[in-house]
Write a protein that binds this ligand. Sequence first.
Ligand code: CUA
Length: 357
Amino acid sequence: MSVLNFNRRFLPEICGWFGSWWVGLFFGLLPGFSWAVEVDRSLIPNIFAPESTPADSIKELSFLVLGVTGGIFLLVSGVLFYVIVKFRQPAKDDGKEPAQIYGSNPVEVAWTTIPMLIVLVLALATARVIAQIQNAPRPPAAIDVVVTGHQWWWELSYPGLGIVTANELHVPLSTPENRMPAFLELRSADVIHSFWVPKLAGKTDVVPNRQNKMWIEPRKAGLFIGQCAEYCGTQHAKMLLRVYVHTPEDFEAWVSSQKALAKGDPAVVAGKLIFERTACINCHSLNQTVADGRFGPDLTHLMSRKTLGSGAVLNTPENLREWIAHPDQFKPGVKMPAMNLTDPELDQLVAYLVTLQ
Ligand code: CUA
């Protein structure tokens, strides 16, 4: 796979790596862009295309702020331009200094009061949106997810459902008749991260020794791309997030597939033994085995996930093999060490891991 193809496929994520909605907005607005690089524009993170309740009010607020500040910008630059043209040095300038006027009480009062009022309006509007989001009542069918930021991946556990997974958050679609928002509790295992899926909600910091809360209520099924939005070390850029929004039936199906125990296919027992006698088990959990580490992602349903390394590379058997052999090649600085397995051992291990659906 050439570097170019790789980059094209991951373009939405690359936009995410910049951690900036405006990068997504810029590319999203370029006509013909999706044709040019074969990218699905609906995946590009963009705060101006919300698909969830808290993100809607953020968009409205940002339009208010942009409208007010844009108006001020046009007014100031318009007056400035007018003055530059109107009062430029005439051809026959006598070189005399113009009349000097010091101070004007009405003008001083006006340009002190008006900006204060503008700032007050923006502050009140912002406080109102923050209060609305924070004090939103919790519908009975809401689901809970504990999101733990790690260097550099996301642990996702559903306390009510007994599911632990990584990097791909699955939530149900919420409709006015059947409201099923997801309430997230954000924790950190190490440094400060920030949880941000621009189309679903504002960003919320993930702080060690603190539990921050946020919620999302998506009204459209599909995939939403997000990323860690707080610099958290070497691979902050590859701490990507995928949020899958399912219809309630599909969500039920996902829940039951995740609750199922790891399959024990006798044909791949050699790979399972390699897994169990290697240091993998110190960092990863995998039910039906001795592995119960918490430092790395739970592997029980590894192959149900689309990417490896928190969005660093697609989760294919070939990439999985390369990832285990040299995790650094996809994600320099990654905390997972190379295990120095032999080629036959790698083959057996991958044959086992790919059965973990
Ligand atoms: Cu985690 Cu940046």
